[in-house]
Every structure is written in structure tokens, then in C-alpha cells.
Design a binder for this molecule. Structure first.
Ligand SMILES: O=P(O)(O)OC[C@H]1O[C@H](O[C@H]2O[C@H](CO)[C@@H](O)[C@H](O)[C@H]2O)[C@H](O)[C@@H](O)[C@@H]1O
Length: 265
């Protein structure tokens, strides 16, 4: 029986993909937090849904399918949490970091900051810490190319001014600024998921990309993709994505349906 969590329009498109030999190689690219892993107060507590681990394993085994995670997470963090099979491409820090999972670990591109960028990152860290100071529930995450002001645990009276100050800090220092779900990311290596995803699809020669994501930062990917691509918004909120599912569980159900379509046609 059809899984009711997958809307009819998406089911139809995924079934069509299964029968479309011209859609190979197919790039299946997925956001991590809020898409494969339900959102958590503590980012270290995020875990990919068990059914997600299984379906990614199955999809990666299908001939003509490339699998990628495209995340704002720092690469080391993403790799530690991802539980994806060898061969999977990992795009971290919104595109500033790239790697491929191997049997033995990670084959990753080295990210080198110039002295000026390293100094700027240090300055950003200090200024972001000042934004968080004295505000309950506001804290700063450090990444190799960025700092992130987190506000998920804060009341609006602390979260709203902290986010506004973080955005203003990004403008003042002229760094890449992304405002996601309860986060403001300030990066010395400007990157976005759309640019990263299009670069990957061209490298792989993928005529069709399926991309699913939940956050406003995923809109860059949706916007950059082409009409034949399959864009799926996970959860509520405005989007330019063509399709929508209610939550990560429904997203994983859609991936299972895609697997069935690819292997039974
Ligand atoms: O592109 P994503 O894979 O969605 O990563 C984006 C950010 O994810 C993490 O923050 C988000 O998830 C946290 C855990 O569920 C949540 O607490 C936070 O509010 C979310 O914004 C991560 O901590 C960030 O570094 C990523 O950029």
C-alpha cells in the first residue's frame, strides 16, 4: 500500500524518475539537520533517523546513483554524525568544505585560509562571543571557516537582539552571512549550498538532481537547481521547492519510494 506520508505529486515524480534512463547518473543530495536528523537543542545530540541510515545504504548500492550530504555542518562534525556508506560525497560548511567517504575514513579537500582570513576568523570568534555574553541560551560554535551564533535555547528577549547583532557583525566585517533556523553563520569563506551543489552535479555529469532540505539556507540549493530537478522542502515555511513533505520521517519514506522506483523499473 502507498505510504500516505509521501504526497501524490512527489510520488508520481519519483516513480517517473525510476523509469527514466536519461536521468542517470542521478545525484541524490540531502541536507542533514532537520532533514535526515530531527532538530535538537544540542547539535551534538543530532542523529540520523535509523530508517534513514538504511535507505541511504540501499540507494548508494543502486547503479547510476550518486549520494551526497550537503550541510552547513563543519566537515569533521558531519562525518562523525552522518553514518553514510563509502562513496558518499560530503559537502560541509555550506560548500566551503568537500570530501568523499571511503572505506577507511575520509578523502577530503584541504581548506587553507590565508593569514588575513585566519585573522578575520579569530576576530569574528571574539566579536561573536561578545554577542553571546550575558544572554542566556545564546552560544557560539566554531568551525574551520566560520563561527555560528546559536539561539535555539534562548528566550526571544535574548535571541532576537543576538541574531540582529550577529547579522550586523557580518555586515560590518564584510563576511558571508547566513541566517538559518536559530543560527546566524558568519563565514570568512563565502559559500552557499546552491553553488556547491551545481558544482558537484557538473563534476558527476548528473542530468537530474534530487535535493531535500528544511532550512532557509537550503533555498539557495532549490533556487540554483533546474526545472528537471526534484526539489523537496521538509517541513513548514516558505519555499521555492517544487515538492514538500511534512517532516524528516516523511522525507525518508520518499527516499524509500525512490529506491523502490529505481530498482523495480
Ligand atoms: O545544513 P544543515 O545540515 O541543516 O546544518 C545547518 C546547521 O545545523 C546545525 O544547527 C541546526 O541543527 C541543530 C541541531 O538540531 C539545532 O540545534 C540548530 O538550531 C540548527 O540551526 C549546526 O549546529 C550548524 O553548525 C549547521 O550549520
Amino acid at each position: 500500500m502507498a505510504d500516505a506520508r509521501v504526497p501524490d505529486d512527489l510520488r508520481e515524480r519519483l516513480t517517473g524518475l525510476g523509469a527514466d534512463a536519461a536521468a542517470r547518473p542521478l545525484l541524490v543530495a540531502l541536507d542533514f539537520d532537520g532533514t535526515l536528523a530531527p532538530l535538537q537543542d544540542d547539535p551534538a545530540a543530532s542523529r540520523i533517523l535509523p530508517a534513514g541510515v538504511e535507505v541511504l545504504e540501499s540507494l548508494a548500492a543502486v547503479d547510476g546513483v550518486h549520494l551526497a550530504l550537503v550541510s552547513g555542518r563543519a566537515m569533521a562534525d558531519l562525518h562523525a554524525l552522518a553514518q553514510v556508506p563509502p562513496g558518499t560525497y560530503l559537502v560541509g560548511s555550506h560548500g566551503a568544505e568537500r570530501a568523499r567517504v571511503t572505506q577507511f575514513g575520509l578523502d577530503r579537500d584541504v581548506v587553507e585560509l590565508t593569514h588575513a582570513q585566519a585573522d578575520l576568523l579569530a576576530a569574528l570568534g571574539a566579536r561573536a562571543a561578545a554577542v553571546a555574553r550575558g544572554r542566556d541560551g545564546v552560544w557560539v560554535e566554531s568551525k574551520p571557516t566560520a563561527v555560528v551564533v546559536h539561539t535555539r535555547l534562548a528566550e526571544p528577549a535574548d535571541a532576537e537582539p543576538a541574531e540582529a547583532e550577529a547579522v550586523a557583525l557580518g555586515t560590518e566585517l564584510g563576511v558571508g552571512t547566513l541566517h538559518g533556523k536559530d543560527v546566524v553563520e558568519l563565514s570568512v569563506l563565502p559559500a552557499d549550498k546552491g553553488t556547491a551543489l551545481q558544482a558537484l552535479r557538473h563534476e558527476l555529469g548528473a542530468p537530474v538532481v534530487l535535493y531535500a532540505g528544511d532550512d532557509v539556507t537550503d533555498e539557495h540549493a532549490f533556487e540554483a537547481l533546474d526545472p528537471q530537478d526534484v526539489t523537496v522542502k521538509v517541513g513548514e515555511g516558505g519555499t521555492v521547492a517544487r515538492f514538500r513533505v511534512a517532516d524528516p520521517q516523511a522525507g525518508v519514506a520518499a527516499l524509500a519510494l525512490l529506491h523502490d522506483a529505481l530498482t523495480t523499473s
